[in-house]
Write a protein that binds this ligand. Structure first.
Ligand SMILES: C[S@@+](CC[C@H](N)C(=O)[O-])C[C@H]1O[C@@H](n2cnc3c(N)ncnc32)[C@H](O)[C@@H]1O
Length: 504
């Protein structure tokens, strides 16, 4: 039993996780949890100060720093800044640490669930230079230095060792650029049916056309169409001329009234005809639509499944883990439903240096209970956070206020497309989004949705309905379900399943 620790004055909540530094009677200062910390939570990322071997041998080892430095790479010694140097030793520890040579930092991660008030301790190794308080000193001759200055509890950034292999990112090890075969992916991709249109679903509209018996008049008529301003974009998905059973017909306009044709050409009266109201996305649709009127063919990019590298899976796993942890925390700390959504910073290839500065990540839990608001689902909350952030960054908001004050707006309407919130973004969510949330995702033009728990009774991504496959919707997104129960789905030892009838 360790003696009671006292909090240093002004040392409260020293990092974003609210860790405290307290003084103990037998081991100096230590780091303490001020609240429950679930396993695998990142507690602290400490940058390190590096000393060359020469510098350490000549000076460092004769100073107080010797209690704090540890072996880094290439014979250098490292001093962790931030809280990193204040974790005391224990065996077994409740905190593991991961050195990252690339960022010259060390990441401290909860090795198990940690209760509020517990001291956060790491494992220094077997060869201690002090008698550990509260534990018997090790007399075991076989307990040798591990050759790393006793850093055997460290996980290097290549993931070679880990205190907690079962819940660590399983994509850390191995060639980051290797493309993972479809059957080995940690999720199942939903195959959306091709966007073909059946005869009864083709939407049509009425357009004025005229039969032209003398094909030599066509050129004159095309010029006249231009001069008469009948080249509007509403007909851009259709061809102008149809040759059908020996008759040439010209498309004129969609105006309510028939156009006044040049009298000298002696043409018959125009008449209304049903024509497709949009271009054809697939070849079968093209054939069907062209039976009504020759239609433009605008195939979408072929829906080939995107290859996933190990590096990208590493990103996705971390993103899903963060989502799960948020759901667990929301329940543990605020008694919310354990549902969370996450819009991570978009994936970047290894070696890519620039991340779009506007592409921040957004994380939200369900807040229906605390706000007594039935629509505060986690997906809606996450989209709203992003939207609020966008709005706060948009200079037009300031200008609009000023313009409103001067009652003379110089601003036009926002360009079409500029308000899509999730273009090219991957959306992670613990539970399959309900129909309302799926529609919000669709309206936001999300690229793909990845969820962990299917909601067969309420889900809008394949559960009770599949929103992106509905007729008439103007955007499709990919859907992936993480393979529950697989080795790749061990994000936590806590379960976050919710009632199947609940909307997520
Ligand atoms: C990296 S520092 C940890 C922070 C230190 N307690 C302080 O107040 O600055 C390492 C030193 O803490 C003390 N220490 C760490 N763990 C200990 C333990 N289990 N028992 C006794 N002393 C410990 C030892 O003096 C050790 O040299």
């Amino acid at each position: 039993m360790q003696p009671e620790a006292t909090t240093s004055a002004g040392a409260e909540r020293l990092n974003p996780l609210g860790c405290l530094v307290k003084s103990t009677t037998d081991r100096g200062r230590g780091v303490y949890a001020s609240r429950f910390i679930p396993r695998n939570t990142i507690i602290e990322i400490s940058p390190v100060l590096l000393f060359s071997k020469k510098e350490y041998e000549a000076h460092g080892k004769y100073t107080l720093l010797d209690h704090y430095t540890f072996i880094w790479t290439e014979g250098r010694m490292a001093l962790a800044l931030g809280l990193g140097s204040l974790f005391n030793h224990t065996d077994p520890p409740n905190v593991s640490y991961i050195r990252d040579a690339n960022t010259e930092s060390i990441k401290y991660v909860a090795a198990r669930d940690i209760e509020a008030g517990e001291e956060l301790c790491i494992f220094y190794g077997q060869n201690l230079w002090f008698s550990p308080a509260g534990q018997l000193p090790s007399n075991n001759e076989a307990d040798l230095d591990d050759g790393w200055g006793g850093l055997s509890a460290v996980e290097d950034n290549d993931g070679s060792t880990s205190l907690n292999p079962s819940t660590m990112n399983p994509y850390i090890e191995g060639d980051p650029e290797e493309i993972i075969p479809e059957e080995d992916l940690p999720f199942v991709r939903f195959k959306l049916p091709p966007e073909e249109e059946e005869p009864h679903t083709i939407r049509t509209t009425k357009a004025w056309v005229v039969d032209v018996a003398d094909p030599r008049l066509i050129t004159t008529l095309l010029k006249w169409i231009k001069q008469a301003g009948l080249e509007g974009p509403e007909l851009g998905h259709l061809k102008r001329i149809r040759k059908h059973e020996g008759t040439t017909t010209l498309l004129l306009s969609m105006a309510p009234e028939p156009p006044q044709l040049p009298k000298d050409l002696n043409l018959p009266d125009p008449y209304l005809l049903s024509v497709p109201s949009s271009s054809a996305l697939t070849l079968p649709s093209l054939n069907l639509k062209s039976e009504l009127w020759p239609t433009m063919y605008t195939p979408r990019r072929k829906d080939e499944p995107e290859p996933w590298t190990r590096h990208k899976l590493r990103w996705a796993w971390d993103a899903m883990k963060k989502t799960v942890d948020t759901a667990i925390n929301a329940q543990a700390e605020n008694d919310e439903l354990p549902v969370a959504a996450h819009i991570p910073t978009p994936y970047v290839f290894p070696g890519a240096t620039e991340i779009e500065s506007s592409a921040l990540s957004f994380l939200a839990s369900d807040t229906r209970r605390s706000t007594h608001h039935p629509l505060r689902h986690s997906s809606i909350n996450a989209i709203r956070y992003l939207a609020d952030y966008r709005a706060s960054q948009d200079p037009r908001n300031d200008r609009l206020e000023k313009d409103a004050a001067s009652s003379e707006s110089s601003l036009g309407e926002p360009q079409n497309g500029t308000n899509y919130l999730l273009t090219d973004r991957t959306f992670f969510v613990t539970h399959e989004p309900c129909i309302m949330c799926s529609m919000a995702l669709l309206h936001s033009r999300v690229k793909e949705v990845v969820y962990l728990y299917p909601m067969p009774l309420t889900g809008g991504c394949g559960g009770s309905a599949c929103l992106p496959t509905l007729k008439g919707v103007n955007h499709r997104f990919s859907i992936m379900q993480w393979k529950l129960g697989s080795d790749y789905a061990k994000f936590s030892n806590k379960t976050i399943e919710i009632d199947a009838k609940t909307d997520a």
